[in-house]
Design a protein. Sequence first.
Length: 135
Amino acid sequence: RIYEELIRVRIRMVPSNTRLVPLFSSNNLLTQTMNYVSALVRLLFPLELIRLGFKYLIYVFVQLVITYFILHSFCKIKELGKEAQYSLTIVLAFILMSAVHEIEYGSWIRHESVLLPVLLQIDSKKNCWQALITG
C-alpha cells in the first residue's frame, strides 16, 4: 500500500520543463529504486539543466557548490562538532527524502533553500566554506 502511494506521488504530471523524468518506466520495486537513486544523483548534480539554456547555469553552479560543501563536510565528519554532525544528518535525511518526492528541479531548489540555516550550523565551528576557496 505504501509502495503504491510512493509510485502515485512520483508519476504525477507537472507542467514544467525542469521535470525529473524517470529513467526507467516499469513500476516494479527494483526499477523504482533505480529511479530514486538516479533522482538523487540528478538532484545533487543537475548537469542536464545546462541543455535547457543559459538561465539555468547559475542554478547548476549553486547546486554544485552546495553538493561539494555537503560531500566535503561528510568526508570530514569526525572533525565536526556534535551539533554540526547532527545538522549534517538532517541535511542528508532531507536529501534522501527529496529524491523520493521531488518531481522537478524548481520545487527541489525551493525546498532545499530552507536548509541554509542547517548548512550554516555545519559550518559554525569549522569553516568548510573556506575549503571551497582553498581546495
